[in-house]
Ligand binder design. Structure first.
Ligand SMILES: Nc1ncnc2c1ncn2[C@@H]1O[C@H](COP(=O)(O)OP(=O)(O)OP(=O)(O)O)[C@@H](O)[C@H]1O
Ligand SMILES: [Mg+2]
Length: 284
């Protein structure tokens, strides 16, 4: 079922001198089986939004309808059940990892689901392999000894091992090398195709979101600033720049050439379109 967010507000430390409104009147829908991207400058509210969606933070107002239920009204116990269906990978793996051994860390979620030992082992093995870690080498490693990229992979493996129908991933490729990023994104699109898993992907990399997501939402100072299909959003150069989004290089090039009087069509959404547009101008 789709997830519907209606007029969501979140305030940190309300009624104190440190009160900070992080989300204001956010409304949008996440369709079933879609990969939706969330972008926005630092502090725009992306992590807060994901933590509200997963019930870790309780909003000050608004609704989040998941599987037909408004989860903002649920008790802490009911929310524990919901979190098995809508799994969150934190922005910082250190916030998520608390077991001493890699195996136990990844097995934590599946064990909580009450699965038998054999199924838990199968899931841990697959999740570690899917996140690019050698099972035999890593299973007994101490989590404290892992590099930051390995910690990222282990924390993602723990989330993937839940096989949840909804995945919330907060900057999952941060800290991974180029090949690791490509492999992870390919794996996410595979899961999405194979199991129709709904994925919410937070990233600062517009190229990554444009090539992976069916829709993108842009937050700005806690508000929903832009929402649309990747191609349509990319045509909005000025609006993207205004809220601190780094636009793709081809768009920057067209913009700069236009500033020098080239008069190119700036309604383009891909590198081939940009090179055709420039070629037309050069060749008259
Ligand atoms: N625990 C907290 N107490 C008070 N304010 C907070 C807390 N956590 C976040 N904030 C504030 O809420 C706003 C939104 O923060 P959030 O972490 O959701 O942003 P973000 O878009 O995820 O940023 P980034 O790209 O840096 O991860 C920011 O202004 C931040 O300072
Ligand atoms: Mg964040």
């Amino acid at each position: 079922m789709p997830i519907t967010v209606e007029k969501l507000n979140y305030i940190y430390q309300p009624n104190t001198p440190f009160e900070q409104t992080a989300l204001r009147q956010i409304s949008f829908t996440i369709n079933d089986g879609e990969i939706i991207g969330i972008m926005g400058a630092s502090g725009s509210g992306k992590s807060t939004l994901l933590q509200c969606l997963n019930g870790l933070l309780r909003p000050a107002g608004g609704k989040i309808i998941l599987d037909g239920i408004d989860i903002t009204k649920l008790s802490a116990r009911e929310l524990n059940q919901i979190r098995r269906r809508i799994a969150l990978a934190f922005q910082y793996p250190e916030q998520q990892i608390f077991e001493t051994r890699v195996y136990d860390e990844v097995a934590f979620g599946p064990r909580n689901l009450g699965l038998d030992t054999g199924e838990v082992e199968k899931r841990v093995q697959k999740a570690l392999i899917d996140t690019g870690l050698n099972y035999d080498y890593f299973k007994n490693k101490e989590t404290a000894s892992l590099s930051s990229g390995e910690k990222r992979r282990v924390s993602l493996a723990g989330v993937l091992a839940l096989k949840a129908p909804y995945l919330l991933l907060d900057e999952p490729t941060a800290g991974l090398d180029f090949e690791g990023k490509v492999a992870l994104i390919n794996h996410l699109t595979d899961i999405n195709c194979q199991y129709q898993t709904t994925i919410v992907l937070v990233s600062h990399d517009i190229n990554q979101l444009v090539s992976t997501c069916s829709r993108i939402i842009i937050l700005h100072e806690g508000q929903l600033y832009l929402e649309g299909y990747p191609g349509d959003l990319l045509r909005n150069y000025a609006a993207l720049k205004a809220c601190g989004i780094e636009v793709p290089t081809f768009q920057e090039l067209i913009y700069r050439l236009n500033c020098r009087g080239w008069d190119l069509n700036d309604s383009i959404s891909s590198l081939p379109e940009a090179s055709r547009e420039i070629g037309k101008k050069i060749n008259g």
